[in-house]
Design a protein around this ligand. Structure first.
Ligand code: ATP
Ligand code: MG
Length: 354
């Protein structure tokens, strides 16, 4: 008897509420075809509507409410007209990432047929790599302060913090990922020429962890040239691993080279499965297009495919990707892709192919 996956469904705000039904439609289609069972728990909190009613983004016992779930399927959060973005973000998504120790941020980058590419002369298949961002330490600390504030002698310090534990676990994840792909190639983002303490150390951790993966070829690249190559030679990449700040930048730059933000999915993973992992589109709540049902649902749908893959349902993941591929190539397509279809039509087309 197959397992039932318990999924917390959190649409959030704005177009999160419009793309979520399409994400679920496609998951249900995949479930029917592959004999998978889901138990969805629909959650209205982690949204600005909830904040307006209660003065907080989530109930006090949010962690307990989510603890038994296998995964969180998340739309988008943020409605700046009523709640400042830092309040909505820190009150929801960033709490999940931190308190559920989702230390891997994974973003696939892929160019599809039928999607106009902002890079000249790139063919589908030529851009196909994964960005793995360390999601918990590095530059994103609140350690530091301002001295002599407001005077000509003003000084600001903000520390970066890396731990062997934190670096090794993300590097290990990236090596494992690379080892399981046909090209077995890992690019390690660094800046050991300029950031002369932490980055040589990071390179050393990559060597130490990499010693356990002799079949993976490793290429350490400084973040500046690496960024340029994302644009100029994207075919070089297979798996790319980076510390928090560099990974943040690369994981926006990569998807930007493959067309519309409406396609890019992401996973925030706790690979040990001590806590639920979270799957969400890269895009935000897009207040400018909310209410028209014109948002591209692919990023949400692809995030659902990543969730199935993480749950061990590789065949279902592959089927969804194939259906996305086919729909992007021959329609219907939403307006951001130059088409006329609405969110629902595109979601239905993908579900029907499955
Ligand atoms: P965040 O707050 O998460 O950083 P943001 O508010 O900066 O995100 P988005 O909400 O992602 O940005 O919107 C950026 C632009 O992309 C907007 O013009 C929006 O309409 C467009 N956009 C975002 N998602 C989609 C989508 N799924 N389909 C079509 N257009 C989209
Ligand atoms: Mg926003």
């Amino acid at each position: 008897m197959s397992k039932t996956y318990k999924i917390a469904v959190i649409p959030g705000d704005g177009i999160g509420k419009e793309v979520m039904p399409e994400g679920l439609r496609v998951l249900e289609a995949a479930a029917r075809r592959f004999g998978i069972r889901f138990e969805f728990t629909h959650i209205a909190w982690a949204s600005c509507d909830y904040y307006q009613q209660t003065g907080q983004m989530m109930p006090d016992d949010w962690k307990a409410q989510l603890q038994g779930q296998d995964a969180i399927f998340f739309g988008a959060v943020g409605w700046p007209a009523t709640v400042p973005d830092h309040v909505s973000l820190w009150g929801s998504l960033l709490k999940f990432r931190r308190e559920f120790d989702q230390y891997i941020n994974l973003r696939p980058v892929r160019l599809f047929e039928g999607v106009p590419c902002p890079l000249a002369n790139r063919k589908p298949g030529e851009i196909d790599y994964l960005v793995v961002r360390e999601n918990t330490e590095g530059e994103y600390t609140n350690l530091g302060g301002v001295m002599y504030a407001g005077t000509d002698r003003e000084i600001v310090i903000q520390e970066s913090v890396y731990s062997r534990f934190g670096a090794d676990r993300v590097l290990k994840y990236a090596f494992e990922l690379a080892q399981g792909r046909p090209r077995r190639h890992l690019t390690v983002a660094t800046k050991s020429n300029g950031i002369a303490i932490s980055m040589p150390w990071w390179d050393g951790r990559a060597d130490a962890v990499g010693a356990g993966y002799p079949s993976v070829t490793v290429d350490k690249q400084h973040i500046d040239i690496l960024s340029a190559r994302f644009v100029l030679q994207p075919g070089r990449f297979d798996v790319v691993v980076a510390s928090n700040l560099f990974g943040d930048i690369l994981s926006d730059l990569g998807p930007a080279t493959t067309g519309t933000i409406g396609l890019a999915p992401s996973a925030n993973l706790n690979p040990e499965r001590n806590f639920p992992s979270l799957f969400e589109p890269v895009h935000g709540s897009a207040p400018d297009i909310y209410g028209k049902n014109i948002a591209n649902p692919v990023a949400m749908i692809w995030s659902g495919a990543l969730m199935l893959q993480f749950l061990g349902e590789q065949a279902a993941h592959d089927a969804i990707l194939k259906a996305i591929e086919q729909t992007l190539a021959s329609g219907p397509r939403t307006r951001d892709l130059g088409g006329e279809a609405d969110t629902t039509e595109m979601g239905k087309a993908i579900a029907e192919l499955i």
